[in-house]
Design a protein around this ligand. Structure first.
Ligand SMILES: [Zn+2]
Length: 259
């Protein structure tokens, strides 16, 4: 079974919940490491094709990076514009963020994004409706211990197990990660793994984030690259996320969360 690898392209300082420490006014003065760490990740992936959710801020600041992602054969989708949580925005502000980030990604690589991942795994019922109205075809913002592709608000939803996100890859033993993917495979469910380039970047600057963000953000960075390599070697990865994929999955399976 082919599983999906997804990557959120943002800077190390795009951390939900610490906006007072790192307001957007400070961003231009902070070291930018997304280019360096993303290029290293592109090399690491080899033949594996992934779905990249790119923050509008990064796409505007470094459009060449988005072009590099696409030139390696990956798809570039949206991760919002300024890394504000969907549930912290009014609907009109979310729509505006969507349009700005989609335009930034499309301007950078020439392809309009069709997929979205909310910053900090945030999502709202009205958010799915706005995504569909704005022409988006799929979403991958939901964390679920029983992830299974399904339809939600008129678009395809690809939930991610909290045992397969970047924090888990940094903190859980390699054997456990492989076991999580194998358990999903046994249930006939393709895994969706999610990482950030900064998960694999031991060199990004340390900030004094409050507990528990500090621990969750920094721990295990040295181990993450070998863990990801191990996971990619142990299972087959390269499943693209797309609306048609969630439709196919739904035909085969019944999911209690379908709306
Ligand atoms: Zn993010």
């Amino acid at each position: 079974m082919r599983h999906a690898l997804t990557v959120d392209i943002e800077e190390w300082f795009h951390v939900c919940g610490v906006e007072r420490l790192l307001p957007p006014s400070r961003w231009p003065s902070l070291p930018h490491r997304a280019r360096e760490s993303t290029l290293r990740l592109l090399d690491l992936l080899g033949e594996v094709r992934a779905t990249f959710f790119v923050l509008g801020y990064v796409a505007r600041r470094d459009p060449g990076l988005v072009r590099s992602i696409v030139s390696y054969g990956h798809s570039a989708q949206c991760h919002g514009d300024t890394h504000r949580r969907v549930d912290a925005l009014a609907p009109a502000a979310f729509r505006s963020e969507l349009r700005d980030s989609a335009a930034a990604v499309a301007d950078a690589c020439g392809v309009r994004p069709a997929g979205f991942r909310g910053p900090g795994w945030s999502h709202t019922p009205w958010g799915f409706e706005i995504l569909a109205e704005e022409g988006f075809e799929f979403d991958s913002s939901v964390l679920s211990l029983r992830p299974r592709p399904h339809r939600r608000g008129g678009i395809g939803e690809f939930p991610v197990s909290p045992l397969l996100n970047g924090t888990a890859i940094r903190l859980l033993p390699a054997r456990t990660l492989r076991g999580v993917v194998a358990a999903l495979e046994a249930r006939g469910v393709p895994a969706v793994v999610a990482v950030h380039p900064w998960d694999l970047d031991p060199g990004f600057p340390r900030m004094r984030f409050p507990f528990p963000q500090g621990v969750l953000h920094y721990a295990g960075r040295e181990r993450a690259e070998s863990r990801l390599r191990g996971l990619l070697a142990a299972h087959e990865f390269g499943r693209p996320l797309a609306r048609s994929d969630s439709r196919t999955a739904l035909k085969k399976e019944t999911y209690s969360g379908v709306r």
